[in-house]
Design a protein around this ligand. Structure first.
Ligand code: C2E
Ligand code: MG
Ligand code: MG
Length: 584
């Protein structure tokens, strides 16, 4: 069992993040001096870990650590006292130690003490002959140990103070919260406030126009003003490049705190000075010490600041609903990634597409379905945007393509001829080998390329249009049909449409709902259809739910329709019979 004192000592050591770091000249210089002063071949800065003595700096020793057991430095760390062993061979405790067996006869070590009184290890010298230690030598060894501690403290502070704001940084914030939680027995409610100084757009604009020094100025001035606003007894932190934070005074609830902030509205809005370039947004998050890890506490407060910014308010108190939404997204993403490894939770549904001229079903759109083990069916409208933000679109599209094309091959073998369309993501168009891989899938299943259609939204194409264009050209050159999905909801620029090697334009379903009752809406849709057709595209109307809407479309140049009027997306095993019935 490790005693409470030893566990606190180890904690103090570990928090310095010194163990297993590379050697540094600042420490080596001190070690060399120790060896010279004693005129001894071996000296070390030795830290006492749970089971080893680890040397931050050493001369005359090969190993970077030795076992803690029977190591004199461990005794120095524990006793926090000077230890001199004049001759190992006659020493009752150390005569059979590892060091004695290695030929060491002399040892002198002085404790390395933190300000809080923890012994981290020892500054030590060793020799291979017995000898005594002069008082002047020991005084020097004490001085060197003090120098080592100053160096350690300096280094530790170095990674914790932001050089621009001169405020403690996020690492320090996390450590302070952990310390508070450790020493708290009351489980009291605390409040953290995050001050977001400038929006991403404002920052990009300011940097482009005035250079990055303006952001440094903003942070420096805001940090100073924030510090004086919260007063000398509270600590301000610099927790993100343009974000500050502080804890509210103890025993203040969030409403009292908000009232206090209300009296400071003007000062808060102009934290960066009267000509401040950014718009301040504040996030306030109440929390109970020890209930959440510090990183979550900060995340919640940052989320609240984002909410404040999104709604144009000065501050927002963290609400559980927005956090729950975030948690759900986070969980879905994690589970989706896991599901990709064993895609039994995934399936494709196929929604028939009907040719208006012949009245026949000519194809179907493959739509992904996910049955989550505990949450049940999750709509693609929820998970697709999430995975598109992460790097998961690549494996997802690969799965969809493989599944859809192999299914298509099976249907073709059964004598069913149809075109399958598959939705792809903008990231796919940024994969240099995307077109090649699609062709490979088709070839492997012996499906001619003209039976596959890829649907891309306008927005996806506009994300770096040049790069997208080169992949689209390659796909088109390979004979694969391309469709613009949800047309009318994005940039809707017909001029760019002209440049794309696209065969099909699918007009978004949001346009369809009232074309039978609203003549202006109907004119708009008629115009979109005829323009797209003029540009040489086959036009598909999505979301046809009623006979009335269908009748209207029949009077336009629309070539194909898709919607609940004909069929909802069908499970894979119902597609063949549905098609045969429909087309007979
Ligand atoms: P989308 O590609 O525009 O697909 C059409 C969506 O409209 C489908 O929703 C379909 O069920 C729905 N829909 C079809 N007819 C009607 C109708 O008459 N009325 C109404 N109200 N809705 C209709 P779903 O399956 O929920 O998919 C939503 C979106 O998720 C898709 O929109 C597509 O953007 C995306 N998605 C689905 N599967 C995949 C996939 O495998 N990969 C990618 N990248 N995106 C996918
Ligand atoms: Mg689609
Ligand atoms: Mg669509």
């Amino acid at each position: 069992m490790v005693s409470a004192e030893e566990s606190n000592r180890l904690d103090a050591l570990h928090r310095l993040d010194l163990l297993d770091t590379s050697p540094g000249e600042n420490f080596d210089r001190i070690t060399r001096m120790a060896s010279q002063i004693f005129d001894l071949p071996i000296a070390a800065i030795s830290l006492t870990d749970s089971d080893r003595q680890w040397f931050k700096s050493r001369v005359g020793v090969e190993h970077s650590s030795i076992p803690r057991e029977k190591a004199p430095c461990a005794e120095v760390a524990e006793s926090r006292d000077l230890l001199v062993i004049e001759d190992f061979l006659t020493d009752p405790c150390y005569h059979d130690s590892v060091l004695a067996r290695a030929g060491i006869r002399f040892y002198a070590g002085v404790p390395l003490m933190t300000r809080d009184g923890f012994g981290l290890g020892a500054m030590c010298v060793l020799g291979t002959s017995p000898r005594q230690a002069e008082p002047s030598e020991l005084t020097a060894l004490h001085d060197l140990a003090a120098m080592v501690m100053s160096q350690i403290e300096l280094q530790h502070a170095f990674g914790r103070i932001d050089p621009i704001s001169e405020l403690p940084n996020r690492t320090q914030f996390f450590d302070d919260l952990s310390d508070l939680a450790r020493n708290d027995t009351t489980k009291a409610r605390n409040i953290v406030i995050v001050v977001d100084l400038i929006s991403v757009e404002q920052m990009n604009h300011a940097v482009r126009v005035m250079g990055s020094a303006v952001i440094d100025d903003l942070v420096r001035i805001s940090a100073r003003n924030f510090r004086s606003l919260i007063g000398p007894h509270r600590k301000a932190y610099h927790i993100g490049s343009t974000q500050l934070a502080a804890l509210a005074p103890e025993s203040m609830n969030e409403f009292a705190y908000v009232n206090l902030l209300r009296t400071q509205t003007q000062k808060l809005r102009k934290l960066g000075g009267p000509d401040m370039i950014g718009t301040v947004a504040l996030g306030i998050a109440p929390f109970i010490l020890g209930e959440l890890p510090p990183s979550d506490i900060l995340r919640i407060a940052q989320g609240a600041a984002q909410d404040a910014r999104a709604t144009g308010k000065l501050f927002q108190i963290h609400s559980n609903t927005s956090d729950n939404a975030f948690r759900r997204s986070f969980m879905l993403l994690r589970d989706f990634e896991a599901a990709l490894q064993k895609p039994s939770e995934f399936s494709l549904a196929y929604q028939p597409r009907v040719d208006l001229a012949s009245g026949r079903c000519v194809g179907a759109e493959a739509l992904m379905r996910w049955t989550h083990p505990t949450l049940g069916s999750i709509a693609p409208g929820e998970f697709i945007p999430l995975i598109e933000r992460m790097a998961l679109a690549t494996p997802t599209t690969a799965w969809v393509l493989e599944t859809a094309v192999s299914q298509l091959a099976q249907w073709r073998e059964m004598g069913l001829e149809l075109i399958i369309s598959v939705n792809i993501s903008s990231t796919n168009l940024h994969e240099a080998d995307f077109a090649a891989r699609v062709s490979q899938v088709l070839a492997r299943h012996r499906v001619p390329p003209e039976f596959l259609e890829l649907e891309i939204t306008e927005t996806a194409v506009m994300n770096d249009a040049e790069q997208a264009l080169s992949q689209l050209n390659e796909l088109a050159a390979a004979g694969i049909r391309l469709a613009i999905d949800d047309f009318g909801t994005g940039y809707s620029s017909l001029s760019y449409l002209q440049r794309l090697p696209v065969h099909v334009v699918k007009i978004d379903r949001s346009f369809m709902s009232d074309i039978d009752t609203d003549p202006r809406q109907f004119s708009l849709v008629t115009m979109m259809i005829s323009m797209a057709k003029h540009l040489g595209h086959r036009v598909v109307a999505e979301g046809v739910e009623t006979q009335a809407v269908l009748s209207q479309l029949q009077s336009t140049a629309c070539a194909e329709v898709q919607g609940y009027l004909f069929a909802r997306p069908l499970p894979v095993n119902e597609v063949a019979s549905w098609m045969r019935d429909f087309n007979s």
